[in-house]
Design a protein around this ligand. Structure first.
Ligand SMILES: NC(=[NH2+])NCCC[C@H](N)C(=O)O
Length: 594
């Protein structure tokens, strides 16, 4: 447990039960809560489990435990019992010492290396079109979870599995070949991924025309789709590609490089990065040896047409194809092989896949197969699943009218941040360069915070305007708070870790803020264990709110005496550091001034 006073209270409660009632109560039965706002105190012990041993009323039991604790734990200044809840007040001197000695220290909230390795696979785009809003959620989640786990002591590998082969890639290639007139990113000034995406859309449009024409000739929808000349050509291209045709391969290399250049720009703008890239063009044949192994072990079975299946009805899932009758692989064949490759190469303890919830079933099956095959690492696999992101209709139109392009959205966010910041009118003395950086920081902070504060499983409505509200539950509100604290510290000429300062007593605003800051390590721990950036995001907001309350209620620069002033500056500096660090783990920058 990161907060030692909590640990002490649990241990001393166990000792109290022994001393008072002669019984051994397991630590796990002692639960602590934050004391409710309307009661006196900061930490509450739930005494109901103890009544089993005391054989007395909850009130009586709470009072007896409270007296024992007050006599034995120096930090306790008072207690009260309400309906069996033992509310404990810790002395001001306890909280003051905690700030000076623990929270204000540079290593507060830093975890030592835990010797464990973990891979986070995220992003994993297809190279036939640019990234969209859904990818943004994916990238932010993956990056943030990786940073949180790194802070918690893991050795992290950020991996990206790029889907760079298959019929969808042939569609954009074919459309470019037929209708592209030799267009390049240079000749059009378009980003490479957008150019390729444009031809993916062209394919779809032309293909639809062909389907309609065939249907007008009396073909069924299904037949028309199958026999449309463009589709037949795309399939022919895929066959040639797989047979090693030089022309196709060279076209693929050219267009794929356009896409990668585009992706790199998008990733840079988003502020995400990767340690390892996997390409499906290299991994798509993997997994076939695992199919054979599964057949030998009796985990898989063959049907008459030679296709290979797994029966997962014992787990409430159905039968699932793992290899086609003609020996070609399906999605899961590749993923079996890629999982093996990842573990062979990195020998990690855990592996997380950040992939949308439309693939929940796929990952259930994948993990289940690897368990059945007896892979020792199969228990360390986790699918970090997330829901869709929508925009309020009419707010922003994407190029194709359906999905929202990631680059467009980011540009729009930075623009909105600019407008809003200009309204605040505090940047007169900024250089153009500083302004541009600030708008970027705020625009991206707004976008990232809005997407990360929500539980990943929830479907999300992204409201660009609401996300930049400087007063709301937003990134910019937290960023603004950070800049405000930094401004106070600058005005005071504050130097980090000057002296240990004792103001004598604490106001309730100071106490609430110190208490919140003291929770930082346990929040990092919980966010890491639950792969939950949302917890950290909401925590940063709480700290910012408490700081603002403190700031409005207490004078800092004009405090009543030097000790109080020095103390409030130390408290401010700690709040700024913890806000900045929480936001860094979310991939969000905080400005020094704004
Ligand atoms: N190992 C995996 N299956 N990762 C997810 C790949 C996601 C895939 N490229 C898609 O866009 O749907």
């Amino acid at each position: 447990m990161a907060n030692t006073i909590q640990q002490t209270l649990v241990e001393q409660t166990v000792a109290a039960v022994k001393a008072l009632y002669g019984a051994d109560i397991p630590e796990s039965q002692i639960s602590l809560q934050d004391t409710r706002k309307e009661f006196e105190g900061q930490i509450t012990i739930v005494t109901f489990p103890v009544t089993r041993f005391s054989k007395k009323s909850p009130e009586q039991t709470g009072t007896e435990i409270g007296e024992y604790l007050k006599a034995n734990v120096e930090a306790i200044s008072a207690f009260n019992v309400i309906k069996g809840f033992l509310n404990i007040s810790l002395s001001d001197s306890y909280w003051i010492a905690l700030l000076n000695n623990t929270i204000a220290a540079a290593d507060f909230g830093k975890f030592p290396a835990n010797g464990k390795k973990l891979m986070v696979e995220y992003s994993s785009p297809n190279t036939n079109k640019p990234l969209h809003l859904g990818h943004i959620r994916n990238n932010l989640l993956g990056y943030s979870v990786a940073e949180i786990l790194k802070a918690y002591g893991y050795d992290i590998i950020k991996a990206n599995l790029v889907n760079d082969r298959g019929i969808h890639i042939c569609k954009s290639m074919l459309a470019w070949q037929k209708f592209g007139n030799g267009e390049t990113p240079e000749s059009t000034g378009m980003k490479g991924d957008h150019l390729v995406g444009k031809y993916y859309v062209v394919f779809d449009k032309e293909y639809k025309k062909e389907i309609d024409a065939l249907k007008a000739q009396g073909l069924s929808e299904e037949e028309a789709k199958k026999n449309a000349p463009l589709m037949l050509e795309a399939q022919e291209m895929l066959r040639k590609w797989e047979a090693g045709d030089e022309e196709v391969i060279s076209l693929w290399k050219t267009m794929n490089n356009w896409v990668y250049e585009g992706f790199e720009t998008t990733y840079k703008q988003l502020g995400v990065d990767f340690d390892k890239y996997y390409y499906e063009s290299n991994t798509y044949l993997l997994g076939k040896d695992i199919i054979q192994e599964g057949l030998d072990k009796g985990v898989f079975f063959k049907k008459e047409d030679n296709s290979v299946w797994i029966d997962l009805s014992d787990e409430g899932l159905d039968q699932k194809l793992v290899l086609r009758g003609d020996g070609t692989s399906v999605y899961i064949t590749q993923d079996l092989g890629t999982a093996q490759l990842k573990f062979d190469e990195f020998g990690m303890d855990e592996s997380i896949y950040v992939v949308g919830n439309e693939q929940d079933y796929h990952f259930k099956v994948l993990f289940s197969i690897l368990k059945k095959l007896g892979r020792p690492w199969a228990d360390g696999l986790f699918h970090l699943s997330y829901g869709m992101v929508d925009l309020p209709s009419g707010k922003m139109k994407s190029r194709e009218g359906t999905v929202v392009d990631a680059d467009d959205l980011m540009a729009e966010m930075i623009e909105t941040a600019k407008t809003r910041t200009e309204e605040l009118g505090k940047t007169e003395d900024f250089t153009e360069e500083e302004k541009a950086e600030l708008y970027h920081t705020i625009g991206m902070g707004a976008l990232k915070y809005f997407l990360l504060k929500v539980d990943p499983k929830k479907r999300l409505l992204f409201d660009p305007n609401e996300s930049v509200d400087f007063q709301g539950h937003t990134g910019p509100f937290i960023q603004y708070t950070h800049a405000r604290i930094k401004s106070v510290l600058r005005k005071a000429g504050y130097v980090e870790n000057e002296t240990k300062v004792n103001p004598g007593r604490l106001s309730s605003y100071e106490l609430d803020l110190i208490k919140a800051l003291s929770e930082y390590p346990s929040i990092v721990e919980a966010s890491a264990k639950e792969f939950s950036p949302a917890q950290l995001a909401n925590y940063a907001y709480e700290v910012a709110k408490l700081y603002n309350k403190f700031y409005h209620e207490e004078s800092i620069l004009k405090a009543e005496d030097e000790d109080v002033k020095a103390f409030r500056l130390t408290l401010s500096a700690s709040a700024a550091r913890i806000i900045a660090e929480s936001m860094r783990l979310l991939g969000i920058k905080v400005p020094e001034r704004m």
